[in-house]
Design a binder for this molecule. Sequence first.
Ligand code: ATP
Ligand code: MG
Length: 524
Amino acid sequence: MSERKQFRAIKGTRDILPPDSALWNWFEQTAREVFESYNFGEIRLPILEEVDLFARSVGSDTDIVSKEMFTLELRAFQEIYDLRGQLTDSVESPVRFTGSLFQFLRAIDSARASDRLSRESGSAVNQLHSAYKELNERIADDRVLAEATERPETHPEIHDRIRQAEAIAMEVRFSREAAALRPEATASVCRAYIEHNMQALPGNQKLYYIGPMFRRERPQKGRYRQFYQIGAEVLGQSDAPAIDAEVLEMLLVFFNHVGLTRTTLYVNSIGDKNCRPQYVELLREELRKVKDKLKEDSQRRIETNPLRVLDSKIPEEQPIIETLPRISDHLCDDCRAHFAKLKEELNLRRIDYKENWRLVRGLDYYTRTTFEVTAEGLGSQNAVCGGGRYDGLVELLGGPPTKGIGFAIGTDRSILSIEEGGNVPKLGGLAVYIAWMGQASYPTAVNIAKKLRAAGLSVELPPEEMKFKKSLGLADKLGARYALIIGEDEVALGTFTLKRLADSDQKKFAEGELLEYLESERRR
Ligand code: ATP
Ligand code: MG
């Protein structure tokens, strides 16, 4: 027997199978409905983006970018490769070769103009330009062209030049653009906002996205390398605290709809470019004084990113961190007023929250409002949503001055928490299993299946005839609510027998009544 390799999903990735996938679809569909009730529209984004987009926004010193990103090299030069192929294909024909060389050089020149040609290729390109000029001049003479085409040996210098040019063309190298599987999507939303000139559209842009993200982390419960997020962003000219509050309201309304109720919302303000730098410096000075008492990671962060020390979960460090200066005592007047107004707005909307001065978040782009939602039943991976304000991010990516705020919900963990809480809704499932017997009843079975499906019911029609007992047994195992029995008797009488599988209650119906009965059942 031959040994075959058993393929398995790549480490940190997984399949979501039915019936779990129904729960996922319902979760995502509920988000769509809630978000659209707040006038958010869906943005569908690419999964591949330039590495630099994340390096610039999330920050190249963050774990996400420095350690966890899946990158690949994207050859954005297919057209040029194709043109080069044409060159090789036309070496026998001086006129076709010269024409192809002209097109190749045009593509190369535009790649050079947009900085996509490797620097070392400059001299090859210059040589190709001279070769083109020379060939073009020679074949301008009709007699020479005819001879060189029909009897190549009469003009060896032309054919040598062609082969030489073709070899040089092979040496042209391009700079490659590195692409990454997106580790998050806020940067992509900002990129799209700029690319499509969305600041010219009326009002704030309110966008949501749903899809997979990729981070090379150590897989464990609630932590995967391909995981899923549902996120929402508001981009525009205003940074009114009412926007922050509305986004939080929407988030909690959504969690409520999906039964994620044992959650805690933490909020904080981490200041802006006017006050945070001074606070970070103060924090650094205080941390240096207690450096010896901290572990290695925190010691390093004193210099690289002192705010991240506040994230530490190491028990021995906790009493030390508690004595550190708090950002809330060092906000500038504007940031302080913004945060106070946000809390007022949250109270107005009856949103419960806890202030957490240590909530700084791991990404570089946040300003002012930051927040996180934790849920029960998840152990240490208990954050189901993170977000905050990122005024200035769009500008950092080369766009116009823009304010922004958003969040990302972790779908994998949210679903885990819903399941752990035992709050799983009863979704869909198989309504009717059609137990047909005898070839004469088959056409009736096919017909009624089509009608029931058109009425919105989930119907299983066995493709092959089965013994009555076996058929009903399978209906039970598949979890069908009803078995519709169609035997030769039924066909002869023009009736259907409907058996409710939970209690074996059986009723006879004509077709019209059957549809009506099941329709009303569907709505219950
Ligand atoms: P954590 O501190 O748990 O690593 P994070 O701060 O890295 O979270 P964000 O970048 O804010 O997470 O992403 C928002 C949400 O996405 C998180 O709250 C979490 O629910 C989810 N999430 C992040 N990374 C993963 C992962 N590797 N696997 C599953 N879900 C994740
Ligand atoms: Mg993380």
